[in-house]
Design a protein around this ligand. Structure first.
Ligand code: GNR
Ligand code: NI
Length: 172
């Protein structure tokens, strides 16, 4: 098991759609283990493989709170097959866009089709924080960041801030 490095802008990988996984094999299961370790270490409530530099359609999440029973969930090739008309807004953050938080409006509920770690097709409906998180992660597999849901001015200001901070950290 290993904690992997989380990439940030301007890494071009973050803007590229991820590839579908052809077969859920031990390499994928090892990637998922590393992603959970990286996510819990960060700490975060979700992580997409592209954030650790692997452009495959693999996401992990765990929205359990502190003191709650953990509920890790790994989704391979996730796709949204239904969205509610009802919307929900939440102040999002992203491990690839550190120290930026802003409100994103998304469907309050989504139904998602995916493969589990055995390669078996599953469907599941998400609501509340789970719905926000799974949509944020599926966006990553399409090369979309949460700041892409904001206006152009905000997006560019946040990107500048993140890139500047990363440069300063490098120089230090
Ligand atoms: O840890 C995370 N918290 C979070 C909060 C609100 C909405 C989405 C998220 S996901 C984020 C981890 C991350 O960047 N996943 O891609
Ligand atoms: Ni993110």
């Amino acid at each position: 098991m290993a904690i992997r490095k989380i990439i940030t802008p301007p890494d071009p990988l973050l803007k590229k759609p991820s590839m579908l996984v052809a077969e859920v094999d031990d390499t994928i299961r090892e990637l998922v283990r590393d992603m959970f370790e990286t996510m819990y270490d960060a700490p975060g409530i979700g992580l997409a493989a592209v954030q650790v530099g692997v452009p495959l359609s693999v996401i992990v999440m765990d929205t359990s709170g502190e003191g709650e029973e953990p509920r890790p969930l790994a989704l391979i090739n996730p796709e949204v097959v239904w969205t509610s008309d009802e919307q929900r807004e939440y102040e999002e953050g992203c491990l690839s866009v550190p120290e930026v938080y802003d409100t994103v409006v998304r469907p309050a509920e989504v139904r998602v089709r995916y493969l589990d770690l055995d390669g078996k097709e599953q469907e599941r409906t998400f609501s509340g924080m789970d719905a926000t998180c799974v949509q944020h992660e599926i966006d990553h597999t399409k090369g979309i960041l949460f700041i892409d849901h904001l206006g152009r001015l905000k997006r560019e200001r946040y990107l500048k801030k993140v890139i500047k901070k990363a440069k300063q950290a490098q120089e230090a």
